[in-house]
Ligand binder design. Structure first.
Ligand code: ZN
Length: 294
């Protein structure tokens, strides 16, 4: 069973707000197994970030990172969130992922910046080969059940691609938590029963119960565990062993405090059945993102 990381970000970001750059300098370079090159010299933090970004803007370097971390496939997420975290355009992610079939491109649309986002999504999937959609409600200030997004959900459902929706808190300044309640996804799950919906971050930190309840109620709802400490999963979701097929592994690289392989190892050590571990680390993702067995 391949190991799939459904949640990675690009190192390269355009138009990043200063607060985002500060976060990256303080928390990414030299953390999470990321290189420390250039750190420790005078005025070095920004230079170290620049060299990290340059290094990991090369897709072959990112694929080597996957090898180092024991990951077979990774979803790479586009992001258009200029208020909070900057822009990784769909075009950038498409070109980055063209380097290797192990990189799965996931596009984004922003209902405030795109005219006819549903048509854009159709083009991105049909012409550019995107295999998933990511939405950022707390970064871009819309409710996940906003009717303006219904054509987007209808298109994703018809195209057969899953949608990852950021829920819960974020470390980035300017994000607004009220848009991050997973309960809004109940409407989407009811109205688009054949759309696979991933509740990213499981509604952290105070909506874990809601996120789990939605997974239990709706066959088309899942939890993307990115950004959650894996050892805590059975604490946050005590009934996880009942629904292991609804939890999908993601790392949130590069913004995690330890190497990705440590998170994989921690999931393997959870007090759950071996089959449940396989489901979380790859089986469900393989089905959702149509990853052919190699
Ligand atoms: Zn993320």
């Amino acid at each position: 069973m391949p190991i799939v990381d459904i949640h990675t970000h690009t190192a390269y970001t355009e138009a990043a707000p200063e607060t985002f750059v500060h976060y990256m300098v303080a928390n990414v370079v030299g953390h999470g197994g990321n290189p420390t090159e250039g750190l420790g010299q005078e005025g070095s933090a920004e230079r170290a970030l620049a060299s990290f970004v340059a290094e990991f803007s090369r897709p072959e370097r990112f694929v080597a990172h996957l090898d180092e971390q024991g990951i077979d496939y990774a979803c790479v997420l586009a992001e258009i969130a200029p208020v909070t975290s900057g822009i990784a355009t769909n075009g950038y992610v498409r070109d980055f992922c063209a380097h290797s079939p192990r990189l799965i491109p996931v596009c984004t649309v922003n209902p405030f910046l795109h005219h006819q986002p549903a048509r854009l999504l159709e083009r991105l999937v049909r012409e550019d080969g995107f295999r998933g959609l990511k939405l950022y409600p707390t970064y871009a200030y819309f409710y996940p059940n906003d009717r303006a997004l219904y054509p987007v959900y209808a298109a994703a459902e018809a195209l057969g691609i899953p949608v990852q929706v950021h829920t819960g808190s974020s470390v980035f300044q300017g994000s607004r938590l009220k848009y991050g309640d997973p309960l809004f996804l109940d409407d989407v799950a009811v109205d688009f029963p054949d759309l696979s919906i991933l509740i990213t971050h499981g509604g952290r930190p105070f909506w874990y119960d809601r996120a789990f309840a939605l997974c239990r109620l709706h066959r088309n709802v899942y939890i993307d565990v990115a950004g959650l400490p894996p050892r805590k999963l059975t604490t946050y979701f005590p009934e996880l062993p009942r629904l292991p097929g609804k939890f999908v592994f993601g790392s949130d690289w590069p913004g995690l405090p330890n190497p990705v392989r440590d998170n994989v190892a921690a999931i393997r050590e959870l007090p759950i059945a071996a089959g449940a571990i396989d489901a979380i680390l790859g089986e469900t993702a393989t089905r959702l993102y149509k990853i052919a067995p190699s």
